[in-house]
Write a protein that binds this ligand. Structure first.
Ligand code: HEM
Length: 126
């Protein structure tokens, strides 16, 4: 498996473990106020990032590109900013809102870069 796929899937599985622990804590406390943060950590952090990892594994010529590495970091940093921002916003901390907006935009840019990686001709192909 290409290194970039290992990074995507390896970090994604950490996010889903954190997300599942968060889900169990929510259930145990019967406090579902952080459910949107749980959902986004699992659906972006686990589902979307793992899918990207599998895509690069299936398209290995694209896995070796600089775009793939840049895309990994933009998507990762977006998530790292978005989820804590969302937690703060859901906890009604005013600083949370600009943080979640910034993280969401970075996360969107990561997905746009992924779209570019998909549609761009693979290096070395005519
Ligand atoms: C151990 C595993 C998990 C536990 C214990 C758990 C627990 C929970 C709980 C307690 C809620 C709140 C339900 C409510 O508001 O009534 C929830 C919501 C949700 N979970 Fe999970 N979850 C787990 C795994 C996952 C995974 C793997 C995903 C996605 C890949 C996921 C996606 C969602 C979504 C989309 C919601 C709805 C959020 C919302 O209504 O704002 N969960 N989960």
């Amino acid at each position: 498996m290409p290194r970039i796929s290992q990074w995507f899937i390896g970090t994604a599985v950490i996010y889903v473990i954190i997300g599942m622990v968060g889900g169990i804590i929510m259930g145990a406390k019967q406090d579902f106020s952080l459910a949107p943060a749980h959902a986004h950590l699992n659906l972006i952090g686990w589902v979307s990032l793992a899918l990207m990892g599998f895509y690069y594994n299936a398209n290995r010529e694209k896995a070796e590109t600089r775009l793939a590495t840049v895309q990994f970091w933009v998507s990762t940093i977006g998530l790292w900013i978005m989820i804590p921002g969302l937690v703060l916003a859901l906890r009604m901390v005013p600083a949370g809102e600009p943080i979640v907006i910034a993280g969401s935009i970075i996360t969107l840019i990561g997905m746009i870069l992924f779209a570019v990686a998909i549609f761009r001709r693979a290096p070395g192909r005519a």
